[in-house]
Design a protein around this ligand. Structure first.
Ligand code: AMP
Length: 286
């Protein structure tokens, strides 16, 4: 496994593989790797000749009062995980090389980035799409792997690739959960025992919504109210949003339809957690 910090070095390494016609899988991460990230790495290894994991806590996707400074940085353990999972390259970009003082360009997927998480995090998705565009250009990846855990991110990245004719395939991977249903997240490390218990209410409310829908409930307000009650039963929970939207357009639906995304963001203590489920009524729930 080769660890690379410089953009030019990454580009040079990749040229030889591209010339040989080999496929390159990219797994973009912010580190503090867990089983969710590992599931992406495993899929990338299965489907590509060469796999690059990038680890970069990207400053442009954090708002001014968010957790950029305290975001967990666990480089040694992350490198060990990449090594044991047979990654070929770990790209550790340097912030001043990614964003030099004269940096001026941003990539923005307009309306999709302004709903759901985009309401309380108005500059988040343009930071995400900008860094991903840079990583796609640097690695010339054939495929890039993303978790459905960040459903809005996945939908936005797919739209960016389509709109800008980027030569890369975006692969979505299922959310990996703890046995009790809590979606794995690097931010779970912020939770104390009591908060972690309240964290379970996110998936509990999503499961409740799924069951209501599978039992024929079509009324969005009824479903949202039940979810809200579940979340509010926690001592440390405060709802940012609960939304039921079309899974492509992210527009709210007025009644349950074929392809929907149920998404929520909840503050548990000081930690903002997100979770979601996709429901395709033609295939039943995912
Ligand atoms: P992050 O390091 O949080 O930026 O996440 C990097 C990638 O891992 C993103 O594509 C996430 O959607 C994905 N990811 C994070 N948590 C999970 C999870 N629990 N299951 C599957 N993928 C995940």
């Amino acid at each position: 496994m080769v660890i690379i910090e410089s953009i030019d070095k990454m580009k040079n390494e990749i040229t030889a593989y591209k010339e040989k016609g080999l496929s390159i899988g990219l797994v973009p991460t912010m580190g503090c790797l867990h089983a969710g990230h590992i599931s992406l790495i495993k899929k990338a290894i299965e489907e590509n000749d060469i796999v690059i994991v990038s680890i970069f806590v990207n400053p442009t996707q954090f708002g001014p009062n968010e957790d950029f400074d305290k975001y967990p940085r666990t480089r040694k353990k992350d490198l060990e995980i990449c090594r044991t999972n047979s990654c070929d390259f770990v790209l550790l970009p340097q912030s001043d090389e990614m964003y030099p003082e004269d940096f001026l360009t941003f990539v923005e997927v307009k309306s999709l980035g302004k709903v759901l998480c985009g309401i309380s995090r108005p500059t988040h998705f343009r930071g995400v799409t900008t860094i991903l565009t840079k990583l796609f250009n640097i690695t010339k990846a054939t495929r890039a792997y993303f978790g459905q855990k960040d459903a809005q991110q996945l939908i936005i990245v797919k739209k960016m690739v389509e709109d800008l004719n980027m030569d890369i395939e975006i692969i979505g991977c299922s959310t990996v959960r703890e046995n009790d249903g809590l979606a794995l997240s690097s931010r779970n490390t912020y939770l104390n025992d009591e908060e972690r218990k309240d964290g379970l209410l996110l998936y509990k409310s999503l499961t409740l919504a799924k069951n209501l829908i599978l039992n024929g409930e079509k009324n969005i307000e009824v479903i949202k109210k039940e979810m809200e009650n579940t979340i509010n039963s926690g001592k440390n929970t405060s709802i940012d949003y609960i939304e039921i939207v079309n899974s492509k357009t992210l527009k709210p639906v007025s009644k349950v339809e074929d392809n929907i995304l149920i998404a929520l963001a909840v503050k548990v203590g000081n930690t903002r957690l997100i979770d979601n489920i996709f429901i395709d009524l033609r295939e039943k729930a995912i």
